[in-house]
Design a protein around this ligand. Structure first.
Ligand code: PRP
Length: 176
């Protein structure tokens, strides 16, 4: 299916749903009986996070932080900014960070360091997608949905220049 001359489907909404269900099962088995705080990274994770927490079947609490690294374009600026930090204390809490995509790893590394300083009881990362070909700093992803190729990914919350977040499938920008 082609949405525009620019985008082609990489993973369909059905494939995404199966992966979200699998991740929810993995997370549920690790956190059953615990008081889990799920921290989403805006903006990219909002669609994934909404689906994931509804599949978890756990009494989670949710928080958001907002990071920004990409300017208007496909290349990261390399300068990650925390536009909005946490509004709640996480000391002693079991924290699960939900990210849409780990690319260079710069954004998530900054956030994990920021959260670690706040002394949570545990800190894990769930990412919908991983693009290991672009990594600049090592990142451990505890719960991973898809490994994606060296292409610009959009849809299911992920943007290019603030466009395409609304696409229900995970797509790539076709540059041919
Ligand atoms: C994107 C994406 C990740 C980050 C990954 O966010 O949502 O948070 O970049 O890239 P990295 O591993 O190279 O740091 P972006 O800064 O574009 O903001 P957004 O979530 O509002 O789209």
């Amino acid at each position: 299916m082609v949405y525009s001359p620019q985008t082609k489907v990489l993973f369909t909404r059905d494939e995404i749903q199966r992966v979200v269900n699998r991740l929810a099962l993995e997370i549920r088995s690790d956190y059953t009986g615990k008081r889990l705080l799920v921290v989403g990274i805006l903006k990219g994770s909002f669609v994934f996070m909404a689906d994931l927490i509804r599949q978890l079947a756990l009494p989670v609490e949710v928080e958001f932080v907002r990071l920004s690294s990409y300017g208007a374009g496909k290349e990261t600026s390399g300068e990650v900014r925390m536009v909005q930090g946490l509004e709640t204390a996480i000391e002693g809490r079991d924290v699960l960070v939900v990210e849409d995509i780990v690319d260079t790893g710069l954004s998530i590394s900054l956030l994990l360091n920021y959260l670690r300083e706040k002394r949570p009881a545990s800190l894990k990362l769930c990412s919908l997608a991983d693009k290991p070909s672009r990594r600049k700093v090592p990142v451990t992803i505890d719960y991973l949905g898809f490994t994606v190729p060296y292409k610009f990914i959009v849809g299911y919350g992920i943007d290019f220049d603030e466009k395409f977040r609304y696409l229900p499938d995970i797509c790539f920008i076709d540059e041919d």
